[in-house]
Ligand binder design. Structure first.
Ligand SMILES: NC(=O)C1=CN([C@@H]2O[C@H](COP(=O)(O)OP(=O)(O)OC[C@H]3O[C@@H](n4cnc5c(N)ncnc54)[C@H](OP(=O)(O)O)[C@@H]3O)[C@@H](O)[C@H]2O)C=CC1
Ligand SMILES: O=C1OC[C@@H](O)[C@H](O)[C@H]1O
Length: 431
């Protein structure tokens, strides 16, 4: 309990402020967004090589208030002014999804490195234009990272290693991923509920689930088998017809990997019902909570066992479940269940199950340039790797490359198409 409180307090409220090196990486923040304090401003405080130098919002007065609140020294009147500020080398973009492509492209053209919120763009057309831009292929190409923060946390990497790099792990048979946001979390005029801003649950929450399935499968481009949406029904003041026709507030979809593994995602931005102990008729309209959860079920694997007889076999069938991959620094749990079977020819002679709970708040092995602490948030781990790339260092080796982000958007688009919805609108800005 004490370590939980310590991780929560140190990571999210009061990280130790480090003194800065002489030439820190200077960031500009586009938009006075909700997520920037958690995703960049707070993590920067404990990073000796990072300074959040300026912010711009559409309304200067708003930017000034934001800057004051978060201790950002300089305010720019426009986004354009910020990306042209010669004193910064990096831009953090947490704008509506519809604006990601345009501002990332402008920033890259202005010679800046870009930390770009997920999903990287509105669709795969934009993703290809952005990530395959000639500037991105130059020798001195800027760093451009889609901010899938959770991927940088040791817990997610441990989960993947237990599936893909463990002597007891067989081939992946099925993958499941769920994300639930409780009803009431989003207001009716939230950017996620607007088609013109490239909103929708598949773009927002489910983009995580799609990326989970792709990694559990170790298949960049699984096939979408089916998609079912629950569409927005409670139109708010700002809702337009296209929003109710095109905005999914929840999605379930199934996928198949090249090797034949089955995948399923469930994501809901307005979760209700399912309260324990109470009749469902009482709670079906009440907000409810569900852990972010991923499950990988693996096929049986034959393992070497010196203790068994010549005509006997020893197999293991593993299932790995991860709870809370989204905010693992507060608490997470990786449950590994190994079902062992010894057979004499085809006859089962012995079987047993071994279960263990694994945690990874920090890297176990820091010998190869990995940095961390148990209170580091996913965003802090992500910032570490972003800066490592800017400085030309390898760091932990965890990274999301350009093709990965393009493939991710292709699977998002195909998930929409399979369910009969439009892909999100493409920007008129040519590359
Ligand atoms: N990594 C993570 O954990 C999370 C990532 N995200 C991602 O970050 C991005 C921003 O999300 P979030 O911070 O929740 O959103 P907010 O609505 O809080 O912020 C979006 C910002 O976009 C700017 N903006 C520019 N044009 C528009 C417009 N036409 N309508 C509305 N806003 C506009 C606003 O900036 P201004 O201040 O200039 O008015 C606003 O501050 C999204 O892409 C989302 O997917 C979101 C939450 C968590
Ligand atoms: O982490 C998140 O949680 C809430 C979502 O709506 C948001 O966009 C996402 O990144």
């Amino acid at each position: 309990m004490l370590s939980f409180i310590n991780r929560l307090y140190t990571g999210f409220i009061s990280p130790p402020e480090s003194s800065k090196v002489d030439d820190p990486v200077r960031f500009g923040v586009l938009g006075a967004s909700f997520i920037a304090p958690m995703a960049l401003i707070l993590p920067a405080k404990s990073h000796p090589e990072v300074l959040v130098a300026c912010v711009a919002a559409r309304d200067r007065a708003k930017a000034e208030l934001y800057a004051k609140k978060h201790g950002i020294p300089v305010v720019h009147s426009t986004y354009e002014d910020l990306i042209n500020d010669p004193s910064i080398s990096c831009v953090y973009i947490a704008l509506p999804n519809s604006h990601h492509y345009e501002w990332a492209l402008r920033a890259i053209k202005a010679g800046k490195h870009v930390l770009l919120e997920k999903p990287s763009t509105s669709n795969a057309i934009e993703a290809k234009r952005l990530f395959n831009h000639s500037k991105m292929k130059a020798d001195d190409a800027p760093v451009l990272l889609e901010a899938f923060h959770y991927r940088f946390h040791p817990a997610w990497q441990k989960f993947l290693a237990l599936i893909h790099k463990d002597p007891l792990a067989g081939p992946v048979k099925s993958a499941y991923s769920q994300s639930y946001l409780w009803k009431g979390f989003l207001s009716s005029d939230d950017i996620r509920l607007k088609y013109s801003l490239s909103g929708g649950c598949t773009m927002d929450f489910a983009t995580y689930n799609i990326s989970h399935i792709r990694q559990i499968f170790d298949d960049q481009h699984p096939q979408v088998e089916s998609t079912n949406f629950r569409m927005v029904v409670d139109k708010g003041s700002a809702a337009r017809e296209e929003d109710s026709n095109q905005i999914d507030e929840a999605v379930t979809a199934t996928y198949k990997s090249k090797s034949g593994a089955q995948g399923r995602i469930v994501a809901d931005m307005k979760t209700t019902g399912g309260w324990p102990l109470l009749p469902s008729s009482w709670t079906r309209n009440l907000p409810s909570f569900g852990w972010p959860k991923c499950v990988a079920e693996l096929d049986e694997k034959h393992i070497y066992d010196e203790k068994i007889g010549e005509r006997e076999t020893h197999t293991v069938q593993r299932t790995v479940t991860m709870l809370n991959h989204l905010i693992p620094q507060i608490y997470h749990c990786i449950i590994v269940e190994d079902k062992h079977v010894i057979r004499h020819e085809l006859q089962v002679v012995r079987s047993w199950t071994e279960k263990k709970n694994v945690k990874a708040y920090d890297w176990l092995d820091k010998s190869d340039g990995r940095q961390g602490a148990d209170w580091w948030t996913t965003y802090r781990y992500q910032l570490e790797e972003f800066v490592n790339r800017v400085k030309g260092r390898n760091g932990s080796g965890v990274w999301i490359d350009r093709q990965d982000s393009i493939n991710q958007m292709e699977v998002v688009d195909e998930t929409y198409r399979k369910g009969g919805l439009e892909i999100r609108p493409t920007s008129a800005l040519e590359s």
